[in-house]
Ligand binder design. Sequence first.
Ligand SMILES: [Zn+2]
Length: 328
Amino acid sequence: MTRPTNSMSRKPYVFTGNPLDRAAILRKDRSWLAKTCLDKTSRILPLCQLRPLVTLDETPKLSWQPLVELAGMATPGSLVMLGVLDGCSYFSADFSIAVEANQFELAINGGQFEDARGIASSLSSGDAGILAQARSLVDWHLRNGFCSACGRSTEAFDGGYSRTCNSCGAQHFPRTDPVVIMLVCYGEECLLGRQSHFPKGVYSALAGFIESGETIEDAVEREAYEESGITIGNVFYHSSQPWPFPSSLMIGCIAEAVTTLIDIDVEELEDARWFSRAQVREGLGRASWDGESDFRLPPPLAIAYQLALWWVDAGDPFGGQSKENTGV
Ligand SMILES: [Zn+2]
């Protein structure tokens, strides 16, 4: 059976191109899992301090290693089955302890550990997508060795997609934390803000975690108002991006401002301003975390860049319908 896809609506963002079939039914089958762990064709992506093993030839690639040869060196309880592709099974696990003990380098066939955020945009989209899955899942296992209900030890099941408490039986599942990131628009201008820790000149879309009991639209409205004092009218979903630091889902939205007077929350933002399309286009041309102090957007790795890139050519996404209540 071919996995259904909706490729038309998928955006080619970094971390979005995972080609693996996660094999959600197969991974619950203990005998299949045991057999595939012993299969010589099964591959593993080692992580050390959540940095992936990568080969840095012309095109950097994830450095897959034979699972049977390395499984014994993995940090106990950190092994996850990522999925299957073309009859081969792919895994990941933490190897920080083995690396620390100098056992690891002798056992592998090339590669070095690289910072995930730094290397992600140099990888193919498929590799970056797999990295997002592996980094988030392995991090979750390393943080959840003990039960949040009773404090006793937990054990991994379902190929690493759940942990069960050995004492009270509580089941725990990997979490994904939803974050709204919104480009607030008002006619021919959009609102961008900067946090004090951003490099000089970098302005980005406003963002924040969705709180319990909120819809995406509620969170966009609340975060925009809290951070900038701007009241939001209509909101629409644009696109999303996994952000494995450690396990967020960035939900990109376009939000309609119905007021324009900025009143920033100085705890959250150092500055927020309205920018014209021409200014944003220039800022996209200089997009980077590094550089001079000129106004610019974060690099293409960030969904904020992609939202702004869409907006500069999109016209007024709300058709200029709600400008009567300007608040100025
Ligand atoms: Zn428990």
